[in-house]
Design a protein around this ligand. Structure first.
Ligand SMILES: NCc1[nH]cc(CCC(=O)O)c1CC(=O)O
Length: 314
């Protein structure tokens, strides 16, 4: 019987979402009469080892993914469960996205001490986030807020909210939901106010492109509307070269076509300056996810998005 080794980081979120994905894979395997068993293998990544340095300074999000991908390539593991939003635009040679399962809540959440919603935060309140995307949109809506960088896993960021005198922090709702900490959420930020990161709330199940057994199983785990939405968002990201940490967000919704109609995608993308003074945002609809992602990116490029991104990358 095939043993599928599943690689994961050691954070609470990574362990939880990997465990949940494995449970669903076991169910799917048994429903389809696919004989296999699973083993979970923990891997410490560079991103986990240098939690005290601002992510954009040490090479961006790819840090959490690279060493897991090396383990996949080397055959030490067979599949990896990643947060889609941590995935760099390009995958290493030989590796592919085997499945994009159904998306969790894509929104950002506000966790406060006292206040409920963003508008209830006191004048000049201190908000912890190291995401330029979140900072840009927060400052756009509330220029009075003071933003300070905060790093670490979800658990340590929640601890820092208390210990380091932040009035609020922002986290992805999906991560908090997955680890069962939805009670900590004070309010949800609607996409109109804070567009999520590309792929936020979705998972990416990565595997070797030549592993037919695993690909067959993962095919049954794919959620087609989520996959279409993520493809549109990632096409937007790719067109803007958004690989490293930049103030860019996108969210695609999918209206399921009835009968033989193709699903209709609606994609909104944003690029803003970190201070929130300039905020470019455009929405378009279409059936082809890649074409739609490029189209919305081009609409923003026509308004100067590339200049904003170039200044941030400097
Ligand atoms: N950047 C870290 C990261 N990567 C994925 C999630 C959880 C949510 C998701 O699956 O999108 C988080 C934490 C956060 O942003 O709050």
């Amino acid at each position: 019987m095939r043993t599928i080794i599943v690689g994961t980081r050691q954070s609470a979120l990574a362990l939880t979402q990997t465990g949940q994905a494995v449970e669903l894979l076991k169910q799917l395997a048994s429903e389809h009469g696919i004989e296999c068993q699973f083993e979970i293998k923990k891997i410490v990544t560079k991103g986990d080892r240098i939690l005290d340095v601002t992510l954009s300074k040490v090479g961006g999000k790819g840090l959490f993914v690279k060493e897991i991908e090396q383990a996949l390539t080397d055959g030490e593991i067979d599949i990896a469960v990643h947060s889609m939003k941590d995935m760099p635009f390009e995958l290493p040679e030989g590796l592919i996205v085997g499945a994009i399962p159904k998306r969790e809540d894509p929104r950002d959440a506000l966790i406060t001490r006292g206040a409920g919603s963003l508008d209830e935060l006191p004048q000049g309140a201190l908000v912890g986030t190291s995401s330029l995307r979140r900072a840009s949109q927060l400052q756009h809506h509330r220029p009075d807020l003071r933003i300070e960088s905060i790093r670490g896993n979800i658990d340590s960021r929640l601890r820092k909210l208390e210990e380091e005198n932040f009035d609020a922090i922002m986290l992805a709702a999906a991560g908090l939901h997955r680890i069962g900490w939805q009670d900590r959420i004070s309010s949800y930020l609607p996409p109109e106010l804070c567009l999520p990161a590309v792929g936020q709330g979705a998972l990416c199940i990565e595997c070797r492109g030549n592993d037919a057994f695993v690909l067959d199983l993962l095919g049954k785990f794919q959620h087609e509307p989520t996959a279409l939405a993520v493809r549109a968002e990632r096409a937007f990201l790719g067109r803007l070269n958004g690989g490293c940490q930049v103030p860019l967000g996108a969210y695609a919704s999918v209206e399921n076509g009835s009968g033989d109609e193709a699903p209709l995608l609606t994609l909104t993308g944003m690029v803003g300056t970190p201070d929130g003074v300039t905020m470019l945002k455009e929405t378009a609809s279409g059936n082809d996810p890649e074409a739609l992602g490029s189209l919305v990116a081009d609409m923003l490029i026509a308004q100067g998005a590339e200049k904003i991104l170039a200044e941030v990358r400097e």
